[in-house]
Write a protein that binds this ligand. Structure first.
Ligand code: PHB
Length: 405
């Protein structure tokens, strides 16, 4: 500990050492030996717990890229330098709580950013609720995180699982497509997506012919596609993402269903996979809080900076990571980098209005985004925005969150 090192040093030698320590950023503002580390001028530790392997690996990388881009752009205005601790959660739910605990207890992160998979997210939520560590969810949509398990220190910059699916139910019902089969991975994200779709689809007079499921991250679609072909529904709604979505789109086309049965999904079905699937996704319509061709100065600047920095095109995951960085920055600026003032940070983050590449984003009372939901259509290598399916959507209603003071 620096205190032990310095406590018996006297006179000029002592003053020299203090000067050197201050220059090296070891002393707290106000100086004095008694105020040596843990110092206000030390770097702020951000834990990035994300999938860097497996079917969601690309999503994790895009989120980390987006977060770092936002932090770099904010630069000195954050008040402190940032240091990252990166941890792969492998999208493996049993590892969630242990890995989060490792970041909190061993690495002592000031902020935990993560993750992608709803099951892993439940483990993180447990740890951040117990420890009180500031937490930003940049993807996983598990509704409990901003529902029954909501907490002042938990924020989300992505979506609740039902949120992108809810507008799609209305779109399909409004087109007079009555009999629908749903197909999804059977875990939190799949189940809550299907529930969000059904919520508006049933209200609109639609009927679910059959709900089909397969375990995450299984991609053996063959027998399910055969069943869909024999059911002959008016349309199919699916939830898949990442590598699994690419495989599904390819298999859907190979089974001869493309063009025969209208296919709809949340935008995750076609995000970040268009390069990989050739023309298998052409024409597919989805709903999501981001899309290509949002013609705002913010989105143009973001896309340019992202492409330049990472030599990749950004997608919704990159945007969610970027916005997690902007939300974190809103908190940091309010306390001039003094993360020990957690209550003030949280207060600033609650009321932040984020100028996101997606458009304006604010936090609901439950700390989940309120944002526009776009209708998009795959045209070539783009998820082109064709309209706004629902404006400023706050869903599911924040009623299940009883936010502790
Ligand atoms: C989730 O598990 O919550 C999840 C994963 C990938 C997505 C969306 C949701 O694209």
């Amino acid at each position: 500990m620096p205190n032990d090192l310095y406590h018996d040093i006297k006179g000029a030698k002592r003053r020299e050492l203090i000067k050197a320590a201050a220059a090296a950023g070891l002393l707290a503002a106000g100086g004095g030996l008694s105020t040596l580390a843990p110092a206000q001028s030390a770097k702020v530790k951000v834990g990035l717990m994300l999938p860097y392997t497996g079917t969601f690996a690309q999503l994790g990388v895009a989120i980390a890229n987006g977060f770092k881009l936002a932090v770099d752009e904010q630069g000195k205005s954050l008040g402190r330098e940032i240091e990252y601790v990166t941890l792969d959660d492998e999208s493996d739910p049993p590892k969630g709580a242990d890995r989060a605990n490792q970041l909190v207890t061993r690495d002592k992160v000031d902020v935990l950013v993560g993750t992608v998979h709803s099951g892993v997210q439940m483990g993180i939520v447990k740890i951040v609720r117990e420890s009180g560590v500031l937490h930003i969810i940049p993807n996983a949509g598990v509704e409990a995180a901003t529902g029954q398990l909501c907490a002042p220190n938990i924020f989300r910059t992505s979506f609740a699982n039902g949120q992108p699916a809810y507008p799609m139910g209305k779109v399909v019902a409004d087109r007079g497509l009555k009999n629908v089969v749903t197909l999804a991975w059977r875990y939190g994200a799949g189940e809550e997506s299907v529930a969000g779709f059904k919520d508006s689809f049933l209200k609109g007079g639609g009927k679910i012919v059959k709900e089909l499921w397969l375990p995450f991250p299984n991609v053996e679609f063959q027998s399910l596609l055969t069943e869909i072909a024999s059911l002959k529904p008016d349309a199919v709604f699916v939830f898949f993402a990442g590598g699994g979505a690419a495989k599904f789109l390819t298999d859907w086309k190979a089974a001869g269903l493309k063009g025969r049965i209208p296919l709809f999904g949340t935008g995750f079905l076609t995000e970040g996979v268009l390069e990989a699937v050739g023309d298998a996704a052409e024409g597919i319509e989805t709903t999501l809080h981001y899309g290509d061709g949002i013609d705002t100065p913010k989105n143009r600047a973001f896309r340019l900076a992202y492409a330049k920095t990472f030599k990749l095109q950004p997608d919704v995951y990159a945007v969610q990571g970027y916005d997690a960085g902007l939300l974190f920055a809103a908190g940091m600026k309010a306390v001039k980098g003094d993360v020990s003032k957690k209550k003030e940070m949280i207060a600033a983050m609650r009321v932040a209005s984020i100028d996101s590449p997606r458009g304006k984003m604010t936090m609901s009372k439950a700390h989940n985004p309120i944002h526009d939901m776009y209708l998009r259509k795959v045209v070539g290598k783009e998820n082109r925005v064709t309209g706004v399916a629902m404006k400023a959507l706050d869903y599911p209603p924040s009623g299940t969150c009883k936010m502790p003071a």
